[in-house]
Design a protein around this ligand. Structure first.
Ligand code: ADP
Ligand code: MG
Length: 736
């Protein structure tokens, strides 16, 4: 393969040279291209460095001065501390380094100025200190003119000074900038108000003004997001080419009779492609319970629940219906905070599917939740003559077999279950609609499994309680269409959240007693011990013992943990639902979805051990009815992160804000499941701060792919090549 000029080894650049080349290539700067696309981490505006007399403790600043004094002091354990005092004639600051003897060698004998960047702290006496600052020595060759600029600061590696990296970048720009080919055609740049790649690369390394740096960054961040969004847009487009079911939504809404679909035999086999024509609507033969259908779908829905759908719920139901009417499979994610009423939305969708003559499957992440859904859906659907079955791993073989038979014969219309639904390879007669609740528990890979396990091409609705910020949703689930229920049912009182120390436990218990006296119920969540279900169960039993032999000995208390048999769990839940129990002591098995409106207080022990998303989910178990609800976090938080999490919990109940805060505390890698840190491939882009640009890139990709799905137009060859280059790296995060 011919080697392009940009592939020239970086040893031929000034600043690197043969001597630093081994080090440079070790950190990924092998070629000129690598150097050009190694973007600065930040800038220093050296046009306005503050005078030392004007700086204060707590500020993060760059300062300059000459060395007045250097001393080392031994510390315990053979370590040393180095202090260098610098002065600019107006004031003095001490720079300190722990146990980095090589710094002393560099500073000693340096006559010129030192430049240091870091956070200033008020020292023991009056003096300001900066510990382990980044620093640079200003030598004789550095003229003041070149120095007083907006200066790029690169990721630092020991032995590769900033100055070398800057010179190398400067040399690469001078000699090779014109070799860079922009993958974006001029028209595209103009349309999206982006600067061209050469201008951007020069400006990101050598901005004349902050505005220039911002423009460059905008272009480059856009590009970092863009190719992934192109891949996702292509994915969505290809789903739209598959054959799915065109549900006769309009006919249902108008109350017209519809024809039962005849199920082609191949829908029952594993890898079959479901080929269905639009359901004909004119004939009367085999009309599906015409009586029921004479009432329009909306009227049927109004009779389904004891409440009116919120505007947000109604909007999302309409979005789903629009998808269902299309002849390709629906792939929609519904986000809604805990308590927003996602289940009702799913029920509306399932009603339409059933009325069209299809079966539905609903998959939930835990048995408790699946069972609760089964109970709730039965209450809603059975009066209409629609049957709801339940499958879970722990049911008896005989029960599972009978459900399997009923599913296969088409006798049952809705099957609710855990992932036993997948494992059992349940055969359906006419499966048309699949709901996956609390998606984040299943993860991206299981979504793939569900499609693989012979369910054909039904419409898929994924529901999640939003612990994922929108930016991540679009990165991870960008192949899905997204609906957001951004409104809680009316009359909900915001949950009051309090953070109490362990020493205040007695007063917490008294408050709980008062609520129980008023006829309410309470959850106690035991400390999260470890990943082990056994230890967690043990902790729950301990807490149960402590409460039932102590302050709450007069109350009826139930215990729930993951080690119990599933019928035991269910009977405890049922007793709590029926208010035969006042208190439910539980592990995090109640985290997801449990719905008992009369339970209005949740006490979480050792709350600092839980993650934010988990705390938010737990808290979502209360505040579901008309009464004021409370969440009490008992914690003696010992870490900064722990305190930060608890403070967020007491300051907001907004799931989106909590998710964003979580992202900020933990970093995107930890949140994203299969998306490993560093895997995101983003050098400049931040999932937290660049949400707007991500949206812009997403829209641009959708538009491009609508216009040129395979990227075959000559103008799009650059984009096509880059997308292919990136596709393999993205494999992990785009599996669906
Ligand atoms: P989610 O799954 O989104 O957390 P649920 O579907 O469990 O929420 O609903 C929470 C509670 O709110 C349930 O008790 C449900 O019956 C009730 N609910 C749902 N929609 C409405 C509505 N539009 N008006 C009043 N109550 C509602
Ligand atoms: Mg739910």
């Amino acid at each position: 393969m011919p080697v392009g000029p940009l592939e020239t080894e970086s040893q031929f650049l000034k600043g690197i040279g043969p001597k630093l080349y081994p080090l440079a290539s070790k950190i990924g700067l092998k070629t000129v291209q690598d150097v050009l696309f190694n973007f600065p981490r930040r800038y220093e505006d050296r046009r306005h460095l503050p005078k030392l007399k004007d700086v204060r403790g707590g500020e993060v600043v760059t300062i300059r001065g000459v060395i007045k004094d250097i001393e080392t002091r031994p510390l315990r354990g053979g370590k040393v501390i180095l202090r260098a005092v610098i002065s600019d004639g107006t004031g003095m600051v001490a720079l300190t380094w722990f146990n980095q003897p090589w710094v002393k060698k560099q500073l000693e004998g340096h006559e010129g100025e030192v430049l240091a960047f870091g956070e200033l702290k008020e020292g023991k006496n009056w003096r300001l200190e900066m510990s382990s600052p980044e620093f640079e020595l200003i030598g004789e060759g550095d003229d003041a003119e070149a120095f007083a600029r907006i200066t790029p600061v690169y990721r630092l590696t020991e032995g590769l000074p900033q100055k070398s990296l800057r010179r190398a970048a400067g040399d690469a720009i001078a000699k090779y900038l014109h070799e860079i080919v922009d993958p974006f055609p001029a028209k595209f740049l103009k349309e999206h108000q982006l600067i061209d790649l050469r201008t951007a690369v020069r400006a990101i390394h050598q901005p004349e003004t902050q505005k220039e740096a911002d423009e460059a960054r905008k272009r480059l961040v856009f590009e970092e997001f863009f190719y992934l969004q192109v891949v996702l847009a292509q994915r969505r487009q290809s789903v739209h080419q598959e054959h799915g079911i065109a549900f006769p939504i309009q006919e249902l809404i108008e109350g017209k009779p519809v024809i039962l679909p005849t199920a082609p035999a191949e829908t029952r086999t594993r890898a079959a492609v479901v080929k269905k024509e639009r359901v004909p609507t004119t004939l009367f033969a085999e009309t599906l319970e015409a009586d029921l259908n004479r009432q329009g779908l909306r009227e049927q829905i109004a009779a389904l629940f004891p409440f009116k759908l919120t505007d947000a719920q109604q909007r999302v139901v309409d979005e789903i219906y629009r998808d269902m009417a299309e002849p390709y499979p629906m792939n929609r994610l519904v986000q809604g905070d805990v308590g927003a009423g996602k289940t009702a939305v799913a029920a509306c969708a399932m009603l339409a599917a059933v009325r069209s003559g299809y079966q539905c499957a609903l998959m939930a992440p835990t048995e408790i939740l699946a069972e609760q859904h089964a109970v709730g859906l039965r209450r809603v659907f059975e009066p209409l003559g629609i049957s709801v079955d339940f499958v879970a791993g722990k049911l008896k073989a005989r029960q599972r077999k009978s459900t399997a038979e009923r599913a296969k014969s088409g006798e049952t219309q809705i099957v609710v279950g855990t992932h036993a639904l997948i494992q059992d390879r349940l055969d359906f007669d006419r499966l048309g609609f699949v709901v996956i609740d609390e998606q984040h528990r299943f993860g991206v890979l299981q979504r793939a499994a569900l499609r693989d396990k012979g369910l054909g091409h039904p419409d898929v609705l994924v529901m999640t309680a939003t612990p994922i910020p929108r930016t991540l949703t679009m990165t991870l689930y960008g192949d899905l269409d997204v609906s957001i229920i951004d409104q809680l049912p009316p009359g909900r009182k915001p949950i009051k959240t309090h953070w109490k120390r362990a020493s205040e436990r007695d007063s917490v218990y008294q408050a709980v007693q008062r609520l129980l006296d008023e006829g309410r119920q309470a959850y106690f969540v035991c400390p999260l011990v470890s990943e082990s279900e056994k230890l967690e169960a043990q902790a729950a039993e301990d807490l149960y013992y402590r409460l039932s032999h102590g302050p709450f000995s007069m109350r009826k208390i139930g215990l729930l943990h993951g080690q119990m048999k599933s019928d035991e769990k269910e009977s405890v839940m049922e007793a709590f639902r029926r208010h035969e129990l006042d208190i439910l002591v539980s592990t995090t098995v109640i985290e997801v979805g449990v719905d008992v409106p009369n339970s209005t207080v949740m006490v979480i022990e050792d709350a600092q051990r839980f993650g934010l998303a988990q705390l938010h989910q737990l808290r979502g178990r209360v505040g579901r009815g008309e009464h004021q609800s409370y969440c009490i976090l008992i914690a003696d938080a010992s870490t900064d992160d722990g305190r930060a999490r608890l403070n967020i919990m007491t300051s907001t109940t907004d799931g989106f804000r909590i998710a964003e805060a979580d992202l900020e505390i933990r970093g995107p890698g930890a949140l994203a499941g299969t998306m490993q840190s560093g895997h995101s491939g983003f050098q400049l882009a931040s999932l937290v701060h660049d949400a707007h640009l991500l949206e812009v890139a997403r829209q641009a990709a959708i538009k491009l792919i609508a216009d040129d799905p395979e990227l075959t137009k000559p103008d799009h060859q650059g984009i096509r090549e880059r997308t292919e280059e990136k596709r393999s790296r993205m494999a992990l995060i785009t599996i669906s």
